[in-house]
Write a protein that binds this ligand. Structure first.
Ligand SMILES: N[C@@H](CCC(=O)N[C@@H](CS)C(=O)NCC(=O)O)C(=O)O
Length: 203
């Protein structure tokens, strides 16, 4: 049997979500990590044959077919390991809503980073970046108010952990923990799990 291959970047929070799930499910040893360069201004044409949106992560399965994006890969891995991270019933909607919030935080934060580090300085649009960062702040406020939803391990709580970890990594100066004490206390415990500890972003 061929192994599974994960198109990977050590700094991508969406990739981290998949790798954390793999650790939690006991599947990490079955997945080979393939470092993959993705920069929106330098389209990686070879990788487009695997993942047409040219984003990481993508997972090549044993049979050679590729899955994307992160939530699809997480659900696939969960199906291999006996459905542990995608709960059933009402808890499923809570978990998927958390995942949507986390991905929304990341979409806004990652795009703002491209705007401020990839786009030439004279073309940067401050009002646009401020609008994106407002989305991040609103989502964090929502999570703070609904911190009870984070109880228990699911793909949703894992996704939120990856979003907070990304803010720590790229936006530490914005000081989210000071303004969101419940979320900060939750993240302190969650980030101590081996799955998170082994996947701290670097670079
Ligand atoms: N919705 C996707 C988002 C993935 C994503 O945006 N990945 C970023 C890296 S953090 C990327 O590959 N960006 C390259 C690009 O946008 O061209 C997922 O959940 O997997």
């Amino acid at each position: 049997m061929r192994g599974m291959k994960l198109y990977y970047s050590a700094t991508s929070p969406y990739v981290r979500k998949v790798v954390v799930c793999a650790h939690e499910l006991g599947l990490a040893d079955r997945i080979e990590l393939l470092p993959t360069k993705v920069v929106p201004t330098e389209p990686n044409r070879d990788y487009a044959n695997v993942a047409p949106l040219i984003k990481v992560p993508a997972l090549e399965r044993d049979d050679g077919t590729a899955l994307f994006d992160s939530i699809v890969i997480c659900e696939y891995l969960d199906s291999l390991a006996g459905d542990k991270l995608f709960p059933k019933g009402e808890a499923r909607w809570k978990a998927l809503r958390l995942n949507a919030l986390a991905d929304g935080i990341l979409d806004a934060a990652v795009l703002t980073r491209y705007e401020n580090f990839v786009r030439p300085e004279n073309l940067r649009w401050k009002v646009w970046s401020e609008g994106q960062l407002l989305k991040v702040d609103q989502a964090l406020d929502f999570l703070e108010k609904n911190a009870g939803d984070l109880d228990g391990l699911s793909v949703g709580s894992i996704a939120v952990g990856c979003a907070l970890g990304y803010l720590d990594f790229r936006y530490a100066d914005r000081g989210w923990p000071q303004k969101h004490p419940k979320l900060a206390a939750w993240w302190e415990k969650m980030s101590a799990r081996p799955s998170f500890d082994k996947t701290v972003p670097k670079g």
